[in-house]
Design a protein around this ligand. Structure first.
Ligand code: MTE
Length: 317
């Protein structure tokens, strides 16, 4: 299936944009207003952790639509990459051992005031919505998922990074007592990923806290994971514990293991093959179909401008 001249997942301007933009702005202002409360050191940790399961399903944002059917929930929740629990796809049972409540998230580095907050408290403060996103793994399989969560931009606004901050580094958890994959000490645990600030504040960068109208399943990265649909799936780090703003480009988990195969940028491009996988087409899980892969996974209109002046960067691995 191909996408026409208008972005396939958007409503026409006339139908959607004004209210959408208004809502986004209003939610961001709300998130900003919450900043000082969360920043007061300790409040997030000491306060009661309340369940957020009642917040789902979140209202769908019609701006983010698909050009393909949503993948069956059973497939998305039983065919996973989560190396903390093993290097095969059937980790969903093992991942149930992960204790995702209570869960704290630390925001630190080059910010006005570092803070640690309970994950549920953070989720409560954020403008939750549902978005339909494509997900393209570097292994050339793809899925389409209704994620619930909030724009990463809202968290960046809350963190108030200093002007010198250029990157946002995200780290997963490290607990080899439950995550047996982390006993494989040759991996550089914890899982680590990073975006530039421009990428992190792009409208598509999303922190997913739920899927299919429910809180996030453990195997998909509970309680919160990244969703950056224009990049290969390994960038979308699961079960985040820390967001660190920095002026030095972080070396991500896979980049450290095999930098020639997995780079910092990892933007989807059908014309740049991985040494082991042709990227020209992708296998859509659940449909048995192989379809052409799209530049930036079909999201070029939102993100291509981020890279237009970058010469000599390996943008597509
Ligand atoms: N995050 C962590 N912490 N550990 C991982 O192994 N795998 C990545 C990404 N995020 C991974 C991760 C890869 S390679 C992919 S394709 C997606 O998660 C898979 O997400 P899914 O299992 O929800 O489809």
């Amino acid at each position: 299936m191909t996408i026409g001249s208008r972005r396939g997942w958007e409503l026409p301007e006339s139908a959607a944009t004004p209210e959408d933009k208004f809502l986004r702005r209003r939610d961001l202002v709300k998130a900003l207003a919450a900043g000082p409360i969360l920043a007061a050191s300790g409040i997030g940790l000491a306060g009661p952790a309340w369940a957020t399961s009642g917040l789902y399903p979140a209202k769908r944002n019609p701006r983010y639509r698909l050009d393909r059917p949503v993948t069956d929930e059973k497939i998305v929740t039983t065919y996973n990459n989560f190396y903390e629990f093993g290097s095969h796809k059937q980790i969903w049972k093992a991942a149930q051992k992960l204790k995702t409540r209570p869960w704290t998230v630390t925001v630190d580095g080059m910010v006005e005031k570092p803070f640690t907050v309970d994950a549920d408290e953070l989720i409560r403060k954020m403008p939750l919505e549902e978005r339909l996103y494509r997900h393209r793994c570097v292994e050339a399989w793809s899925i389409a998922v209704p994620w619930s969560g909030f724009a990463l931009e809202a968290l960046v606004a809350m963190a108030r990074p200093s002007v010198g901050a250029k990157y946002l580094e995200m780290r997963g958890f490290h607990d080899a007592s439950v995550a047996t994959g982390q006993r494989q000490v040759w991996y550089p645990w914890p899982y680590l990923e990073a975006l530039t600030i421009e990428e992190a504040t792009n409208e598509l960068a999303f922190i997913a806290t739920g899927a299919y109208g429910k809180p996030m399943p453990k195997q998909n990265g509970a309680p919160l994971r990244l969703a950056v649909p224009w990049k290969y799936g390994f960038k979308s780090i699961k079960s985040i514990t820390r967001f660190t703003f920095t002026d030095k480009r972080p070396v991500s988990f896979w980049e450290e293991i095999a930098g020639q195969e997995y780079g910092f940028w990892a933007n989807v491009n059908p014309e740049v093959d991985h040494p082991r996988w042709s990227q020209a087409t992708e296998r859509q899980l659940g449909t048995g179909q192989r379809v052409p892969t799209l530049l930036y996974n079909g999201y070029a209109e939102q993100v291509a401008h981020l890279y237009k002046d970058m010469k000599g960067e390996a943008l597509f691995r």
